[in-house]
Write a protein that binds this ligand. Structure first.
Ligand code: MIC
Ligand code: SF4
Length: 645
């Protein structure tokens, strides 16, 4: 039978299930990736599994999110990550080496393989023909221990690109257009496979911009075929021998097809404060901007920085505007340093930051109160930049360059003759910042600073659960709303009691105190609850505060799994009236949660305050129900191991 690209890769890795959308499958995992902000938890969980060495083909631990080392917590975390990596057979990418997704694409990604990463933008490597999926740290730890990855088989959507993009129209405009068409919920339960003659218009870094931001659609992942363009890119990295050609069969079929004519595209922009609040740049042109930031795992490649440098060469940014650049990797930084582009950028007035996530995760470059920032990044949820009142726009580098020159949002087509492509650049391979695992792992001492606290755990699910609705929220609540990042908070990623105090900080600053006073309770959400990042802290912190269940209209994939893995019930309203009838402060009782789950019956929720029953369903697979009953994945796994003895 003819197969599409996604089916081919999944089939080759299938451990259980059938490739039937909506049913549970398990696939083997070739590679894993972690980053510092999710990595410490993932490795604590991995250690708890008692496996002597990773069982993947390759595992890499990156330090890219919080690299500043402004306090000892941060430096201690890095030391823990480095020693764990040496001990357990993991490559370690040092702070300053670059953003995990960019470096992984340069040095490690392999077409046709499956990667699991504890970061929601792991699909960036889909630009090289890989199935790369973002997951919570615990799922990644399980994969490192050799377990397969369980997921609901997504629907496969072909995005068929045709036509030639006009001048100054970029890959970023493709994905912004899709976000405008489909919204941040539009990709839920789907994998986007790109095809059609238009894919030849984009080199690997541009394809990766598109697959990277598929995360904002809520998609499980996105992928391009591995063709000659991928081959050239890998040869350029001196990794040609790892290249394999892989694409769909000619008469492959798809669950859905979206046609996109590149010639009809215009420069697009996401307005505050959602990546799908997209319009054409023309519609907001003229808006005054205080800050332009170029970088992040979406747009920090050599191609991107060369575009900016070429536009800015010999010119100056206005005195009242700040321009920052964060190269995606040391390789990119070195390249622009060697060919003179860095000088052009500095002369034009750019501030050069370390190759890291930086402002994208609120680590510095926080806009002024009420400030307006235009960024080439992928997320602009309110407060993510570090300033609740700031407005953040998201655009291509082309639009950012035009805006940096004029100080107002500017359609890049105003710049006149387009910049010609600079190709991939003349690189020197230098892996000095990638530390291979130790040759004598038994001699490595794992170093744990005082900031690294024990893993929090929950006991088995109780039968009767009671508590108040502590917070009622609307649609599209992101993990940035649930547990923000930024420089005050990121340093506590290994310390759940400390980080819990920041839960819902930008939404309701008294939430954590209230939750503790009331000894936990319930959260009520709208649609797409928990969209955005993979940080399991957005489940671990509520668990620490005693949250028993989140009842929402629907959940984003990674967060739903993270809730289950921590033993919090993600329940879904049946119909609209349940959500409408609930208010903050209502006392709820889950009558017979344990018995119902064990018997695969619906759970009953009683609103004690209003004397009404609310219709909810759990939609658990058998395995998920067992995990929740055990009080989380670690308990479930320990129980299975005991059972096997
Ligand atoms: C993000 O972009 O939101 C992050 C920070 O990279 C997160 C991971 C994290 O919170 O550590 C993600 O995308 O998963
Ligand atoms: Fe880092 Fe930002 Fe990419 Fe997340 S989205 S991995 S914070 S650059």
């Amino acid at each position: 039978m003819a197969m599409n690209l996604v089916q081919k890769i999944l089939k080759a890795h299938l451990v259980s299930g059938e490739l039937k959308p909506g049913t549970e499958i398990a696939v083997s995992v070739d590679q894993t990736l972690t980053q510092d902000a999710t990595g410490t938890m993932a490795y604590l969980q991995f250690e708890a599994m008692g496996v002597p060495r990773v069982r993947t083909k390759l595992s890499v631990s990156y330090v890219d999110h919080n690299t500043l080392q402004t306090s000892v917590e941060n430096t201690d975390d890095h030391l823990y990550l480095q020693t764990i990596a040496a001990r357990y057979g993991i490559y370690y990418s040092k702070p300053g080496n670059g953003i995990c997704h960019q470096v992984h694409r340069e040095r490690f990604a392999v077409p046709g393989q499956i990667m699991l990463g504890s970061d929601s933008h792991t699909p960036t490597c889909g630009g090289m023909g890989m199935i790369a999926i973002g997951a919570g740290g615990l799922d990644v730890a399980m994969a490192m221990a050799g377990a397969p990855f369980f997921m609901i088989m997504p629907r496969v959507v072909l995005v068929r690109l045709t036509g030639e993009p006009g001048p100054w129209v970029a890959a970023k405009d493709v994905i912004l257009k899709l976000l405008q068409m489909l919204s941040v919920k539009g990709g839920t339960g789907k994998i986007f496979e790109y095809g059609g003659p238009g894919i030849k218009r984009f080199q690997v870094p541009e394809r990766s911009t598109i697959t990277n931001m598929g995360a904002e659609l809520g998609a499980t992942t996105s992928i391009f075929p591995s063709d000659e363009i991928v081959r050239n890119c890998m040869k350029h990295q001196k990794r040609g021998k790892d290249w394999v050609e892989i694409g769909p069969d000619e008469d492959a079929s798809y669950d859905e097809v979206i046609e996109l004519d590149l010639s009809s595209l215009e420069p697009m922009i996401a307005r505050p404060s959602s990546p799908d609040n997209v319009c054409t740049v023309k519609e907001v042109a003229g808006t005054k901007v205080n800050q332009v930031c170029v970088g992040s795992c979406t747009n920090s490649s050599y191609r991107d920085l060369m575009m900016l440098a070429t536009v800015l060469k010999g010119k100056k940014v206005p005195p009242d505007l700040t321009l920052t650049i964060s190269p995606g990797s040391r390789q990119v930084l070195e390249l622009i340093g060697r060919n003179g582009a860095l000088e052009d950028l500095i002369e034009a007035g750019a501030r050069v930051l370390e190759p890291a996530c930086g402002p994208c995760i609120g680590m510095g470059q926080v806009p002024s109160s009420g400030g307006i920032s235009l960024r080439t990044f992928n997320r602009n949820f309110r407060g993510r930049c570090g300033t609740t009142e700031a407005d953040v726009f998201l655009s291509s580098v082309e639009t950012a360059a035009a805006t940096a020159l004029t100080g107002i949002i500017c359609d890049p087509r105003e710049l006149g003759k387009p910049v010609k492509s600079h190709g991939l650049g003349k690189i020197k391979i230098n892996d000095a910042f990638i530390v291979p695992p130790a040759k004598d792992p038994d001699k490595v001492e794992v170093i744990r600073g005082p900031n690294i606290k024990e893993l929090p755990k929950r006991g088995p699910l109780a039968d009767s659960i009671e508590g108040e609705v502590l917070l009622k929220l609307g649609d599209n609540i992101s993990t940035d709303h649930i547990l923000p990042a930024g420089n005050q908070i990121l340093k506590f990623r290994s310390n759940i009691p400390a980080i819990s105090k920041f839960t819902f900080m930008h939404v309701d600053k008294d939430f954590a105190v209230r939750a503790e006073e009331k000894k936990g309770g319930f959260i009520v959400g709208g649609g797409n609850y928990g969209q955005g990042s993979s940080r399991e802290h957005a489940a671990l912190a509520p668990m620490h505060l005693g949250i028993k269940a989140v009842i929402a209209k629907s959940f984003a994939r990674i967060h739903r799994t993270n809730l289950i893995n921590t033993g919090i019930l993600p329940l879904v309203f049946v119909g609209e009236s349940g959500y409408d009838s609930l208010d903050t402060g209502d006392l709820l009782r889950l009558q017979d949660a344990r018995t119902a789950l064990s018997e695969d019956r619906p759970v009953t929720v009683l609103n004690v305050t209003k004397g009404k029953e609310i219709g909810v369903e759990h939609r658990f697979t058998e395995r998920e129900a067992q995990i929740v009953l055990a009080g989380g994945l670690l308990n479930y796994q320990a129980g299975k191991m005991e059972g096997a003895q």
